[in-house]
Design a protein around this ligand. Sequence first.
Ligand code: PMP
Length: 361
Amino acid sequence: MSEPRPRPEVAGMKGYHSPQVDVRVRLNTNESPEAPPEGFGAALAERLARIDWNRYPARSAGELRSGIAGLHGAAAENVFAANGSNEVIQTLLLTYAGPGRRVGLFSPTYALHAHIARIVGSEVVTAPRGPDFALGAGEAATFVAAERPDVLFLCSPNNPTGTVEDPRTVQVALEAVADYGGVLVVDEAYVQFSGREPGRFSAVDLLGRDAPLVVCRTFSKAWALAAVRLGYALGPAGIIDELHKVVLPYHLDVMTQEIGLLCLTDAAAADRRAADLVAQRERLAGRLAQLPVEQWPSGANFILFRPTGRDGAVVWQELVDRSVLVRDCSSWEGLAGCLRVTVGTPEENSLFLEALADVLR
Ligand code: PMP
C-alpha cells in the first residue's frame, strides 16, 4: 500500500510555528498583554444565554459587518469578516491568486502572506526593502511594473520590522496595480499603535468603489481578542462579494459574531489600550538604546532589535534560560541576528530588560 501524498507545493514546505515554550514572560506573538475589561465575560454570558444553539449562525454576519463598517464610515457591503485576519488573507488569495497567478511582497514581512500564497499554488515574487527596511515609492512602482503581481501585499506597520509605510508608497503601489488589473492588500494588523486618529494615515483613506484595494484589520492585537479569531477586510463591494463566494458557508460562528458585537459597544477601547502600549514601547526603546543592541523605530506593539557583537540565536536561548520568550528572527531572510520583542505589561517589560541586560553584560 502506498502512502497518500500531499500536493508537491505542500509536501516541500515547512509549517508555520512560533515555539510556545513554558516561561514566565511571553513576549513572542504580539498579543495584547491585558485581557478585555472586567465585566466582559458576564456581558458575553448574557448574550450567549439568548442564542438558538440548534440553528446555524447569521450566514452573512450582517449585524457584525454593519457594526464594523460603522467604525470606518463604510457600509456592510464593504466589510468581509472572518476567523482572524489570517482567514481573510487566505480567502483573498483563494479568490485573487492561485495556480498560474503571482503574489508580490516586500521582504522581510509577515511570513504568512507568502506561506498561504504558496499553499494555494501561486508563485511568490519578492523585492527586498531598502536600508532600515524603508520602501520608497519609486522602488515599489518599478517592482510592480516589472512583475505585475495579481495580488500585492504591503504590511503597515510591517511585521516584524515595525516600519510604517510612507503614504506615498501606498498610493503609488495602488496606482501601479490598478494599471493592469491587480489588487493591493494592505495588512494593518498593528495600525492602532502607529499614532492616534485623526491624523494617523491608514490605507482606509484610499478606499473607493473603483480602487483595487483591500485593507485587513484584526481583533487580535489592540482589541485584545487573540483567543477569539476575528479579523476583517474593508474593500469595494465588488471584491467583498467575490470573497463571500469563496469562503465556507457559516464560517463565522455565532460566538465569534456575538463577541465582536460586544466589543463594538466600546469602540474606543482598542485605541485607549494602544495608547498605553505605545507609552510602554517608548520606554522599552529608551532602555534598549542604553544596551549594546541596534533597534529600528516601530509603529507597532513590538520592537525589532539586534544584539551587537553577540549571536542573536544564542541571546534568544539565554533569555529563555531566564524565563523570557521573545521571537527569534535571526535565521529569517534579511534579519540576520535579529530578535523581536512584543511590548508587554510594565512588569513584563522590566523583567525582559533586566534579563537582556544580564545576558549582554
Ligand atoms: N497580519 C499580521 C501582520 C500579523 O502579524 C498577524 C498576526 N501575527 C496577522 C495578520 C494575523 O492575525 P489574526 O489572524 O490573529 O487576525
